[in-house]
Design a binder for this molecule. Structure first.
Ligand code: ZN
Length: 253
């Protein structure tokens, strides 16, 4: 059976989207709360709304707006707000999966100009895919790594077999009871990417997965994608694992 899965993109809808990430003159649609339509759920300043621009065909796209204003960014949230955002997001993602209306449900976050995001305001996306299995090209090996920390049944590692490269941080959760620990590790990984990883790093993605009855998270610092990955699907791994792991242990633990 072919491992090929394909999403269909609508360029006409995409052309209508406001791009605030590169142009500060564009008014932020997520700060303008009075005009936000199709609110699906709300918890304090956190909102789940239907995406106004459904660029992917045969999907149910939603946007999780994390904050009332464009600042602060996920890596800077207070613990209280961090835990609320992660808990709300994961529960809404699992709820959409539980409807059984979708082949799979994607949950991810983009931050910064190299992340693929178009809006600066902190947000995540939860997208139900009617016909596509988003896990078809995932391997369990993508989550193996050198341990950074392990606490309350949650593992935080640096991937030794990354999906795309060069460095990917994995957080692996055994049970939903330990969401706060998952949130802490996820925030540390994003903070490390933006502050200590590489002086030019201003972008990252967070991806959430459900594999082997576990919740797994990847935090990936983003730069221009390697041509070897684009052309050949060949991931690369940096050879400085031990040094990165030690730096994070020294700075955050
Ligand atoms: Zn905003």
């Amino acid at each position: 059976m072919s491992a090929y899965e394909l999403l269909h993109f609508d360029p006409e809808i995409a052309a209508q989207k406001p791009v605030s990430i590169l142009n500060p003159q564009v008014k932020c649609p997520f700060c303008d709360r009075a005009n936000l339509k199709n609110i699906l759920a709300e918890q304090g300043s956190i909102l789940l709304v239907k995406n106004k621009y459904p660029v992917l065909k045969d999907t149910f796209p939603t946007v999780l707006i994390e904050t009332a204003r464009c600042q602060p960014e996920f890596s800077e949230y207070t613990k209280d707000h961090l835990y609320q955002v992660i808990s709300f997001g994961i529960h809404k993602w699992l709820e959409l999966e539980a409807t059984k209306k979708f082949s799979s449900v994607i949950f991810y976050k983009s931050h910064g100009p190299f992340s693929g995001g178009t809006i600066l305001h902190p947000h995540m996306q939860i997208i139900g895919l009617k016909n596509v299995n988003c896990y078809k090209n995932m391997l369990i090996e993508h989550f193996e790594g050198m341990i950074i920390d392990n606490h309350s049944g949650v593992e935080f590692n640096l991937a030794t077999k990354p999906r795309s490269g060069f460095n990917e941080f994995n957080i692996i959760l055994e049970s939903l009871d330990n969401l706060n620990q998952l949130a802490d590790y996820t925030q540390i990984a994003t903070h490390f990417c933006l502050n200590y990883y590489h002086r030019n790093c201003n972008s990252y993605n967070i991806f959430f997965y459900r594999l082997n009855h576990k919740i797994m998270v990847k935090v990936i610092p983003r730069f221009v994608t390697s041509p070897l990955f684009i052309g050949f699907s060949l991931p690369q791994v940096s050879d400085n694992h031990a040094k990165i792991v030690q730096t994070i242990q020294n700075k955050y633990f």
